[in-house]
Ligand binder design. Structure first.
Ligand code: FAD
Length: 384
């Protein structure tokens, strides 16, 4: 049997291990630095309430990915989900993404309408700020986008955000029925422990080493040191930050992390019906609140809300800066044949969600079978 090493036991790593095992010709070892699989997608409990680190809502356009997750962790539809954003200067909650109906209710809607009419477009936009102002004008940008993105990326100028999924048509403000906003399948596992079964089933026949952080690599020879033992593999699937595989020889890749707080409220629910997430677009330090019951349907006279505060703790968000993307590319270029790098950190791409990590792992396994390779696995998904 050929030997495969998977580095990291999150959604990407566990799916990769599973997909290789399904081929029947691989002896797969998965190493995970922490004491559990799943990373932030794993369900834990606080005050009896199940929660994950941030929402981990399953949203996908890909039926194959949906069916794969649904077969392992049966999914309940969350098609009713709504996200709203609080704008302090209007003292109002608006739909997020912004909807035409919200704009028409804003106190300065006439000025916004005039600015939108005069907007110069995005043909010459070089960064997030120019893109938004060129699309919708200064006021709407100031209200909803400016402060949110500065705190999200810990920058004092949104001009630093110079690579993201921008459309040549500019920002589209949705209109019409809310249900048409999002064509993705929206779901969450029925099980009280969320996705945990996924991280058991996918590695059933895999040699899993927990509490094992690889620190020494000789990637050119597909060799690593695991607990001081030098081991070589036929293929390596990496899901951690690519700079770590090369002793950060070109410099360290930057990430934004998260501080996470759990708050129990003494009422059955705190958010309005159908509202799963609240975004905050002002000076408060937090970006997003999530009421977990909306996802989990947990029954309790109290309710649990999670609060996310951007920080430098953890490698959760690769930066949408061209300079960092180019640095990541230099590391991808160092990777030899039969070394794949997938997942959010492994691809160094913000916007890679659970479904995207699964899809990437499936594409990777197909490439392994066919003897191909591409870095990162080709999926151009950028969202800011
Ligand atoms: C706060 C937050 C909320 C999110 N909410 C959603 C959401 O609602 N819906 C959605 O679809 N997506 C969401 N995402 C994104 C999605 O969950 C992630 O993109 C996805 O789970 C990443 O999986 P991964 O396997 O690429 O990486 P990870 O889950 O980060 O897994 C990498 C693993 O590698 C391990 N590791 C690191 N270094 C080493 C080492 N040297 N040796 C061994 N192991 C190591 C880590 O411990 C970790 O377990 C969210 C992300 C965040 C940060």
């Amino acid at each position: 049997m050929k030997k495969a090493l998977v580095i990291g036991g999150g959604a990407a790593g566990c799916t990769a291990a599973h997909q290789l095992m399904l081929q029947g010709s691989w002896d797969v070892t998965l190493v995970e630095g922490s004491s559990f699989l799943g990373a932030g997608v794993r369900t834990f409990w606080y005050g009896g309430h199940p929660y994950t680190f941030g929402p981990r809502h399953f949203l996908t356009q890909n039926k194959r990915v949906y069916d794969y997750m649904n077969a392992i962790c049966p999914l309940r539809s969350c098609a009713d989900h709504q996200f709203i954003t609080y704008v302090e200067r209007d003292n109002a909650f608006y739909n997020y993404p912004i909807h035409e109906d919200d704009i028409s209710q804003m106190p300065d809607n006439d000025l916004i309408a005039a600015e939108r009419k005069a907007a110069v477009g995005v043909a010459n936009a070089k960064n997030l700020e120019e893109y938004w102002i060129g699309s919708v004008g200064q006021r709407l940008y100031d209200k909803v986008i400016d402060k949110y993105n500065k705190k999200m990326w810990l920058v004092d100028d949104n001009k630093r955000i110079d690579t993201f999924n921008w459309s040549p048509k500019g920002v589209t403000i949705k209109s019409g029925p809310r249900a048409a906003w999002n064509t993705a399948m929206s779901a969450y596992p029925y099980a009280p422990d969320g996705y945990n079964r996924f991280f058991d089933v996918t590695v059933e026949d895999v040699n899993v080493l927990l509490n094992t952080r690889i620190k020494r690599f000789d990637i050119q020879n597909r060799t690593v040191w695991i607990k001081d033992e030098k081991l070589s593999y036929d293929i390596i699937i990496n899901t951690i930050s690519p700079d770590e595989l090369f002793e950060q020889c070109y410099g360290e890749l930057a990430y934004i992390g998260r501080d996470f707080h759990k708050i129990v409220f003494p009422t059955e629910n705190v958010f309005p019906e159908h509202v799963y997430f609240l975004y905050y677009a002002n000076d408060e330090k937090f970006t997003r609140l999530v009421e977990y019951k909306k996802l989990t349907h947990h029954k309790s006279p109290t309710t649990l809300v999670g609060m996310e505060i951007p920080s430098l703790n953890g490698k959760h968000y690769p930066l949408p800066f061209l300079s960092e993307q180019e640095l990541a590319r230099k590391y991808f270029d160092l990777m030899p044949d039969n070394v794949y790098s997938i997942g959010r950190a492994g691809s160094y791409r913000y916007g890679l969600d659970i479904d995207d990590c699964i899809e990437q792992a499936m594409i990777m396994a197909q490439q392994v079978k066919e003897g191909g390779r591409d870095y990162p696995v080709p999926m151009e998904i950028w969202r800011v």
